[in-house]
Design a protein around this ligand. Structure first.
Ligand code: PGA
Length: 251
């Protein structure tokens, strides 16, 4: 098993003082307990430079939460992948369900953003996951299968791209997927990645996301085909985020 990736998605949280305090606490935490997972935090755009400055030279990487599909141009309010790279980001979350819902992002938009991220030297973390209704109708595999097919461009798995399975009903709700749900969906996603990309799809990391916390991390991270976690709410508390990282099995 390779090292797991524990990624924090800070979403739209954090003024400068909060971001500084969180980054400093992470530095202090990893210095005293180095751990065995790769760590990443994805602050809001406005805090990337600050956080990247504090974390430079540490084991904690920095990423964005979205990027535009074009490298520059007349796109008021948008942020391009090279801009994230320029600020010190190495990763970018793409196709998060909050963007798919709130900004009507389609799979093809996500696919173009993945290409833009890769062209800029960023590692994309592509999110997929079904809604409550889709699961109730037994459509979860179909939905996730289509999202993978539509959102991942050719060559995705040959690079360092990461997939995150985040059932929409588990995000921010405290309603975590069961280990059986996670095992079923991660096995399904692995099979889809191999079908889509052949041998290269065997090693793509598949993160689980949705109400991961310090209490449930160990059991979720031990599920076969889980290659780490994408953590929202709990990533805003450094002690919880570090406890989740400490719960990752040794790679
Ligand atoms: P949550 O968010 O951990 O607060 O459920 C996860 C995510 O949206 O990435």
């Amino acid at each position: 098993m390779s090292r797991q990736l524990i990624a924090g998605n800070w979403k739209m949280n954090g003024l400068t003082a909060d971001a500084e305090a969180l980054a400093q606490a992470l530095i202090a935490g990893v210095a005293s307990a180095p751990g065995h997972a790769d760590l990443l935090v994805c602050p809001p755009f406005t805090q990337i430079a600050t956080v990247a400055g504090i974390l430079r030279g540490s084991v904690v990487a920095v990423g964005g939460q979205d990027c535009h599909m074009q490298p520059k141009g007349a796109h008021t309010g948008d942020i391009a992948a090279p801009m994230l790279r320029d600020l010190g980001a190495g990763f970018v979350i793409l196709g998060h369900s909050e963007r798919r819902q709130n900004h009507k992002e389609l799979d093809e938009t996500v696919r173009e953003k993945v290409l833009a991220a890769k062209a800029a030297g960023l590692i994309p973390i592509v999110c997929v996951g079904e809604t409550d209704d889709q699961r109730r109708d037994d459509g979860h595999e179909d939905v996730v299968g289509w999202q993978l097919k539509g959102s991942l461009p050719d060559g995705f798995a040959e690079g360092d791209g990461v997939v995150a399975y985040e059932p929409v009903w588990a995000i921010g709700t405290g309603r975590t997927a069961t280990e059986a749900d996670v095992a079923e969906m991660h096995a399904f996603i692995r099979a889809e990645l191999v079908r889509q990309f052949g041998e290269a799809g065997q090693t793509t990391r598949i993160l689980y996301g949705g109400s991961v916390n310090a209490g449930n991390a160990a059991s979720l991270l031990a599920v076969p085909e889980v290659g780490g976690a994408l953590v929202g709410g709990a990533s805003l508390k450094p002690e919880d985020f570090l406890a989740i990282a400490a719960a990752a099995p040794r790679g």
